[in-house]
Design a protein around this ligand. Structure first.
Ligand SMILES: *Cc1c(COP(=O)(O)O)cnc(C)c1O
Length: 382
């Protein structure tokens, strides 16, 4: 990319991707994997807002061979971007679109026995590679681990090439006694199911842990850990428990430009609905980012900051579709064209802090960052 192109991408607001931090996180995660366990990189939802193509290509260059997406379209996108390894679609694909799974050499999750039965009565140009979902307590998709006969019937489906079996834990980020006991029970059911299937001669990969499953139950010696949020270098919330603490670094920074600076008088209001009224003379600046970019509108009134130079300026008034206003009265040397940081490494502007303010998890906050934000790889000059 030449300078002119970069200038255009940085025109108003953008996401900066730090691949060195991604490398750091992969190394940290690899330290706690059991010898046979490999990372399955979860890159669904545009790699949690980070850019599915940038993240996947970099991971592939670093030797990661296994990827997970949510939809068949995301899988096709990876193939078109030159990803060669295994690509598991974690969710349902409609019957009419299953031929893409074969054409693009993807792996389909079999959401339950009924799904498999319908597939068995269809005609395909080859076998569909598949992992069977086991219901380990989410009660979302999956076949019960006790239903061994049904699971075997899925293995025997003539249209499927079953190469994996997996579950998903619903409370692995909690250390309450209740949740730990529940999780241990579900782990035991899953492992028993795997053992029975192996004893019947089936050969397949087994996996159960997501990020917090790995951090809190890393003793499980399974084939994969499906890692999303911690690979991107952040906790999913302030409340999540992790027994193992890794030195993670956030991969994503969200930046936008100062576009206009003005002085307002006592009792002047700022923005829609006049929810902010100045108590005294203030200097305020407009910044070119808004809720259409995924900056949550309900951040208003929650004490959110942006970082500017080495200071923090509060967001004031309502968040607009394309712009916000900040109070820069106490900050020196701010000029039009400067960048502010909305989400970054420092605690005060971290994704975890922002998610906490609006009562959600970082996974939601980041995956909703909009298409309008260009994703730019950070140039590390060292
Ligand atoms: C999204 C997802 C993951 C990744 O979860 P993280 O908590 O982000 O690591 C793993 N497994 C399944 C089935 C998922 O849907």
């Amino acid at each position: 990319m030449d300078e002119k192109e970069i200038d255009l991408l940085r025109d108003r607001a953008f996401v900066e991707i730090d691949l060195e931090n991604l490398d750091n996180n992969i190394e940290e995660i690899e330290k706690i994997l059991q010898p046979k366990t490999k990372i399955m990189a979860v890159v669904k939802a545009n790699a949690y807002g980070h850019d599915i193509s940038i993240i996947s290509k970099h991971l592939q260059d670093k030797g990661i061979l296994d990827f997970a997406v949510a939809t068949v379209e995301e899988g096709i996108k990876l193939r078109k971007n030159g990803i060669k390894g295994n690509i598991l679609i974690l969710g349902y694909t409609d019957f009419k679109n299953l031929h893409y799974v074969i054409e693009y050499d993807l792996i389909q999750t079999i959401v339950d026995y009924n799904y498999s039965k319908i597939i068995e009565n269809m005609t395909f140009n080859g076998k569909i590679k598949a992992h069977i979902k086991i219901n380990t307590g989410m009660n979302r998709i999956g076949e019960k681990p006790e239903n061994i006969d049904k699971i075997i019937a899925i293995f025997e489906n003539k249209n499927l090439d079953v190469i994996g079996v997996f579950g998903h834990l619903s409370a692995c980020d909690s250390n309450s006694e209740d949740d730990v006991e529940y999780t241990r029970k579900k782990i035991a059911l899953f492992q028993n199911c795997v053992a029975v299937l192996k004893s019947k001669g089936y050969d397949f990969k087994a996996h159960l842990q997501s990020s917090y499953g790995l951090l809190n139950y890393n003793e499980l010696n399974l084939d994969y850990a499906r890692i999303g949020i911690i690979m991107y270098g952040i906790d999913n919330s302030k409340d999540s428990y992790s027994k193992i603490k890794l030195n993670l670094k956030p991969v994503l920074t969200l930046k936008a430009r100062i576009t206009s600076i003005r002085e307002i008088a006592k009792n002047d209001s700022v923005g829609y609905g006049r929810v902010y009224i100045a108590k005294e003379k203030r200097i305020i600046a407009s910044v070119s980012i808004g809720y259409a970019d995924g900056l949550p509108r309900n951040l208003q009134g929650k004490g959110a900051f942006v970082k500017i130079n080495d200071d923090y300026a509060p967001i004031i008034g309502r968040i607009c579709m394309d712009q916000i206003m900040i109070d820069i009265t106490d900050i020196k040397n701010v000029k039009v064209g400067d960048f502010v940081v909305l989400i970054g490494e420092e605690e005060k502007i971290s994704a975890v802090a922002m998610a906490f303010k609006i009562d959600t998890i970082t996974n939601e906050l980041l995956s909703r960052l909009g298409d309008r934000l260009p994703r730019i790889i950070k140039q590390n000059n060292n």
